[in-house]
Design a protein around this ligand. Structure first.
Ligand SMILES: [Zn+2]
Length: 309
């Protein structure tokens, strides 16, 4: 079957900056050349700054990463384009959707939210690890700080999509509340089911329901340790998570958020060119072609058309 791909998360932009390699052809898990077999291809590019940098230095680093991506030969040569409006987008060329991962680099300057929007960033994953000026991540019991709430309120009100991947339960609750007031969706771009693999980065049943209630989307993460606690994961573990989400009403919300170039992947799914292997396994387990297309592309695409314009 002919496949399209809409992947909700990768860390390739950071790799491109640190090793000066292009998006088209590179040794990473994600490249345009490796994704060429897909009929349509939308890739969320997360801009993530390593925790070794201070919040302020991290802001400058993130700007450099963005400039590096905008100056990439595929983007300047129009082989790929950065998209902020999916409702009227007409081009079928590879499409990049920008996300900020770990908003601590706002460094308590709320005006930076508007700057991110001007840069074309439309998804904001406010937390990553520990406690920052934004609030508590998945490995803490802290909620959002006052600054974190104001920043997320601003982000949501100007049309950015809040992402609870990496958030603590309390921070996620605060994000759900802010989004509910604004009648906007909440997503988990790269998280699996806690009931299937109980690690703090995965989604509790209650959180899955909250995302579905907001008409948000959930991206399955291929990181082996979020698929299986012992990390010994293969393609069948991906299906165990999918089945759980599907049994909990996620038919129109389930997507892929592969987390390539930022995590360890099952050998058989080790780069974007190998994802058809996942579709093969789904076919073998009697998933309909419609459902496979929905998870690989259509659910995320319909979401983007509705909420990113
Ligand atoms: Zn992440």
């Amino acid at each position: 079957m002919q496949l399209s791909l809409f992947d909700l998360h990768c860390d390739t932009a950071l790799r491109m900056l640190s090793s000066a390699k292009p998006l088209y052809d590179n040794p990473f898990a994600v490249s345009l050349a490796k994704a060429a077999p897909f009929e349509r291809y939308v890739q969320v590019m997360a801009l993530f700054t390593p925790s070794a940098l201070s919040d302020e230095d991290g802001w400058a680093h993130m700007i450099r990463m963005w400039e590096n991506l905008c100056a990439d030969e595929s983007v300047t040569g129009k082989r790929a384009h950065i998209c902020t409006d999916f409702a009227t987008a007409s081009s079928n060329s590879p499409t990049l959707l920008l996300a900020l991962e770990d908003a601590r680099i706002l460094n308590r300057d709320i005006r930076r939210i508007d700057r991110l929007y001007q840069m074309g960033i439309r998804i904001i994953t406010p937390l990553w690890s520990g406690v920052s000026c934004i609030g508590g991540a998945h490995d803490t019991d802290e909620g959002l700080s006052t600054f974190g709430k104001n920043a997320m309120l601003r982000a949501i009100s100007i049309g950015m999509i809040p992402d609870i991947s990496h958030a603590s339960e309390r921070s996620a609750d605060a994000i759900f509340e802010l989004a509910a007031h604004a009648l906007r969706p909440v997503i988990a771009s790269h998280s699996n089911a806690f009931a299937v693999c109980p690690v703090s980065r995965n989604l509790r049943d209650r959180q899955i329901q909250c995302i579905l209630d907001t008409h948000g989307v959930i991206g399955i993460n291929l990181y082996t340790r979020f698929l299986r606690k012992d990390g010994n994961a293969d393609v069948t573990d991906v299906l165990r998570h999918m089945e759980y989400f599907l049994a909990h009403g996620a038919r129109d919300s389930l997507c892929l958020g592969c987390d390539m170039d930022g995590s360890e992947l099952p050998v058989e799914l080790s780069d974007v060119s190998r994802l058809p292997r996942l579709a093969e396994e789904m076919l073998k387990q009697n998933y309909s072609e419609d459902l496979i297309r929905a998870i690989f592309f259509e659910n995320a695409y319909q979401f983007a058309k509705k909420y990113l314009n």
